[in-house]
Design a protein around this ligand. Structure first.
Ligand code: FAD
Length: 448
């Protein structure tokens, strides 16, 4: 990295917004790929040569332009909570930290226009102040950034009603910056064009700001519910998801062998030994939920009032859902990892039982109920006790043989993920990143 380039960067953003210290570069070049024992050794030694944090739109464009003129690879970065290593610089270069572009530009009860680095929790708080809320958020709400979630995430708490980042109507538009010598700033709003932006893993453009559709705020309450069997927990979740006796923001379903990992909940007596659990966020009070759960043999073991929802220092059940479940398991024993295994809604019990008979407790089932492509789906983020890569691939293949659908969470290549947008990403990359400098190394196909 030549000194003229570094000096130009410093002239642009000031020395306080540049990192060149080797230790810090190593630290900030990571994301949460280490949840995968396959990705960890593959990605551990990659690092950026400089990290730059623009604070204005003008600086953002100038930094990108400088990098392109010097043909330096650019890795956009939010909070670094991505799980697939898609925020790891594979060819050194410049890491473009977006966290100082953190302003809410405009907010109304129906939409929030926010800069890339705004934390999702700040969108949720600002929305709540005007009677609205995010349609859905990942369990990393507190740390994830607005653009990082859209570029690297999928869905989360609220996705049962609203679907995922890919679903039309959730992300209404974005301002993007191209990776050209003189970067263009483009307003993207059509759904077709947004497919080149959503879940692009930083490969097609840099998102400067984006507009999230919001929903009317609800009075959410949290409930931990214990069941004698996992089958009962799944059937209760299915009933809530399909029959919707009341609105649910989270239906997180766990086998009895998973719940001891949730140390905080164990302490509270929320997850009794030997019981399966449903962690529920619902627009319903204790009596209503208790009556519904009792029909399936469930008992409420812990309740969180609406006043404590998303309040710092209070228990949030979302901290035990989605990939937070894996985190708790890894804290107990680092050999646990996860997979993304989608069950069929009509065969979920049968698929679970067949897999259990085959693998016993080497695979533990964790299901999030959400809407995927318009379908209500029991989406697994199941735990696998890792031996080696072959065993993990065998488990995923076995799930597919049961008619399940598996998204491989152990690759950092976007086009090896079955959910990737395909042609729209390739088209956008050619249009907006003609020198192939954005996040190189995270695609299998060669970009001409
Ligand atoms: C414990 C845990 C739980 C999780 N739970 C969920 C969950 O519930 N749902 C879910 O979908 N995901 C989940 N994830 C994955 C991750 O948190 C989400 O994908 C998250 O929203 C990423 O946001 P981030 O700001 O950390 O992005 P980063 O990790 O910094 O970046 C993610 C990707 O986006 C790109 N990117 C970042 N900013 C920009 C930009 N401005 N322009 C272009 N590209 C950009 C990066 O290059 C990278 O490829 C979880 C991860 C962990 C560790």
């Amino acid at each position: 990295m030549n000194s003229t380039f570094l000096q130009s960067l410093e002239n642009c953003v000031g020395s306080a917004n540049i990192i060149v210290d080797a230790k810090q570069l190593s630290f900030w070049s990571r994301d949460c790929y280490w949840y995968s024992p396959v990705l960890k050794p593959e990605l551990d030694n990659n690092k950026a040569e400089v990290i730059v944090s623009p604070t204005t739109m003008a600086q953002l464009c100038e930094v990108i332009g400088l990098a392109v003129q010097h043909r330096v690879p650019i890795t956009p970065k939010g909070a670094g909570t991505g799980n697939y290593g898609q925020g790891v610089p594979m060819q050194g270069g410049l890491m473009l930290s977006m966290v100082k572009l953190d302003k809410i530009l405009d907010i109304s009860p129906s939409a929030a226009k926010v800069q890339a680095g705004v934390k999702l929790i700040d969108i949720e708080k600002a929305a709540r102040a005007i009677g609205a809320e995010m349609r859905f958020y990942p369990s990393t709400l507190i740390s994830s950034t607005a653009a990082g979630f859209i570029a690297g995430g999928a869905g989360g708490i609220g996705s049962l009603k609203w679907g995922t980042v890919w679903d039309e109507g959730n992300i209404l538009g974005a301002t993007i910056v191209t990776a050209e010598e003189t970067p263009r700033v483009i307003e993207v709003s059509s759904y077709a064009e947004m497919m080149g932006v959503i879940h692009n893993c930083g490969l097609t453009c840099v998102i400067a700001d984006l507009t999230y559709a919001l929903a009317p705020a609800q009075v959410w309450q949290q409930h931990a519910i214990a069941f004698d069997t996992f089958e009962d927990a799944v059937l209760f979740g299915k009933h809530l998801a399909f029959d919707a006796p009341f609105e649910c923001r989270l239906i997180s379903t766990h086998e009895a062998t998973i719940t001891p990992f949730f140390k905080q909940l164990v302490k509270l007596g929320a997850t009794p030994d030997g019981k399966a659990a449903v962690l529920l966020i619902a627009a319903a009070d204790q009596a209503t939920v208790a009556a519904a759960a009792a029909k399936q043999g469930g008992v409420i073991t812990w309740h969180g009032a609406h006043e404590d929802y998303l309040k710092v220092g209070k228990i949030q059940l979302s901290d035990f859902s989605y990939n937070h479940t894996t985190l708790w398991a890894m804290k107990a024993d680092e050999n646990w990892t996860y997979m993304q295994d989608v069950f069929s809604a009509d065969k979920v019990i049968e698929q679970y039982q067949t897999r259990k008979a085959h693998y016993g407790d080497a695979v533990l089932t964790h299901i999030e109920w959400l809407k995927w492509g318009g379908w209500i789906t029991p989406a697994g983020l199941s735990l696998v006790y890792f031996k080696d890569k072959q065993q993990l691939w065998d488990v995923m293949n076995y799930c597919e043989s049961l008619g399940m659908w598996v998204a491989n969470a152990h690759t950092h290549k976007l086009d090896e993920d079955v959910r990737w947008n395909g042609q729209p990403i390739l088209d956008a990359k050619r249009m907006w990143d003609p020198h192939n400098l954005l996040n190189p190394g995270h695609m299998k196909v060669a970009i001409a």
